[in-house]
Design a binder for this molecule. Structure first.
Ligand code: AMP
Length: 216
């Protein structure tokens, strides 16, 4: 089962990807998480990506596509995977199709979690991420039990690109670049849209599970 999670920044892709990964036993592949890890580890990819990420811009395809190709060819992806934050452009969607063709694999569904802009800004500015395990919290909607720390003991921080001024740039890029990629899957009858305005994490997860039960 190969699932693509799409939607604006802050729509809950990461949280939902983790839930599906747990319930279906397939890995979550988040390009954003992989890049942040590369920055922490001070690798060449990390050094080259941070310039773009800090400004809310897209990291060049040559870096992203190599990283994805290597990852989806790993053994733990044999029975499927969840893509979170990739593809983000039509060019990336076409490149993914080519990679999957070569592997003789097919996309099961592209799930589009739609949330209006006003809600996005509120969600992103309240978002907290664990520096150790990557678990995502929200100051208001999903607060940590211990005020400052994750359940694993790690410190919770605000992502540098979750600042107000960077969010606007990310939303603009999302409309310009990812909008056409969503259309790409709609035309191929692979798109399943969820109107997630005001919905809880649980409610969105239930809708996704229903879609996956039908498509699998
Ligand atoms: P995310 O965690 O998915 O919101 O991604 C954080 C940042 O990583 C984005 O704002 C981009 O700078 C970069 N990024 C993540 N995924 C991609 C991608 N598929 N293509 C280009 N840049 C990406």
């Amino acid at each position: 089962m190969i699932i693509i999670l799409m939607g604006p920044p802050g729509c809950g892709k990461g949280t939902q990807a983790k839930l599906i990964s747990k319930s279906r036993g397939i890995p979550q592949i988040s390009t954003g998480d992989m890049l942040r890890e590369a920055i922490n580890d001070e690798t060449e990819i990390g050094r080259r990506s941070s310039f773009y990420m800090d400004k809310g811009l897209l990291v060049p395809d040559e870096l992203i596509l190599n990283m994805i190709k290597e990852r989806i060819n790993k053994k733990d992806c044999d029975s499927g995977f969840i893509l979170d934050g990739f593809p983000r452009t039509v060019n990336q969607a076409e490149a993914l199709n080519k990679m999957l063709d070569e592997m003789n694999k097919k996309i099961s569904a592209a799930i589009y979690i739609d949330v209006p802009d006003e809600e996005i800004v509120e969600r992103i500015t309240g978002r907290l991420v664990c520096v150790l395990c990557g678990k995502i919290y929200h100051k208001k909607y999903n607060p940590p039990e211990n005020n400052e720390k994750c359940s694993c003991g790690g410190y919770l921080i605000q992502r540098p690109d979750d600042r107000q001024e960077v969010i606007r740039q990310r939303l603009k890029l999302y409309r310009e670049e990812t909008g056409p990629a969503i259309e790409f899957y709609s035309k191929r009858k692979l798109l399943e849209k969820i109107d997630a305005a005001g919905l809880s994490i649980d409610a969105v997860h239930q809708r996704i599970s229903k879609i996956l039960n039908i498509t699998s």
